[in-house]
Design a protein around this ligand. Sequence first.
Ligand code: P6P
Length: 339
Amino acid sequence: MTTGMKLKQFLLHEKRAGVDLPYDLIELIHEVSITCKEIAATVSRGELSGVLGVAGSENVQGETQKELDIITNDIMADHLSVSGLVAGMGSEEIDDPIDVPSKERGEYLLMFDPLDGSSNIDVNISVGTIFSVLKAPLGCKETPKLDDYLQKGIEQKAAGFVVYGPSTVFVLTTGQGVHMFTLDSTIGEFVLTTEGVSIPEETTEYAINMANRRFWEEPMKQYIEDCQLGEDGPLGKRYNMRWVASMVAEVYRILIRGGIFMYPYDNRDPSKAGKLRLMYEANPMGFIIEQAGGMASTGHGRIMEVDSTGLHQRVPVVLGSAAEVRKVEEYHSKAEKVA
Ligand code: P6P
């Protein structure tokens, strides 16, 4: 009987049951969960915190930073840099890798988006924290070089996200399926509420920002047009649409009831391969989706096989129910054959 176990208790239980889970990885996941509890408390204060709104700065992406983007980044970076568990970190909010004092270095690299969907924070819509754990190639002996971070998604040792919504839920994979832990604020613990998440193979629900339609490539335009034709069109079924503008909320919904989430390439800025970032959005979410039986694609191939060329590299994202992701890939492959 595992439901009701606390996060660390469950991970230790998994290790005793034979799952390959090093103690320092369990500790790292536990420390990340502590920072997310602090972020949950900060975010839930809303206007009371006095830190809603913009910070008057931009991140490396050229995006306006919210006060809370910076506050939550500092919560994670400050806490983890003295945990003795990471050799270095990469954050959406910081241009370069975050080094860790030599006496505090550990065996892992932590990539994170401390407050994904933060454009929603001022309007009280769910936001979240996304994280990805890689092994530090040089271990704790030296400061990691940029190249040490540039690993494919298949190298991830763990990935997860926390959605700060009506409830706060910690979603985790270490390569042994996907499990969900709901924050019980009466005891201040993430408690196991769903063990072994499985995404339905089929769906009739798609999530995409339709405002960008005129900027998409033809295969994406055609797929969405066919979705909108419903049961009278080539896809032969009626679809519904959602767009929260918060990836963690979309992915959580897909884990619960299926669906497909797309942020495809668009030509608003041809120099950018997509909007979402590979290392701390697409790869961790891709790991989770695949471990729950779904697919995570660029539209042309598996996200977790994409070569990493930079800490803030962007990539097109099509993820969710496997049968629907395969359809989108077919639209792209047919277009390539015709071209
Ligand atoms: P748009 C949030 O900024 C984010 O990175 C994802 O969480 C979300 O899915 C997407 O961007 C929303 O983008 O262009 O609709 O605001």
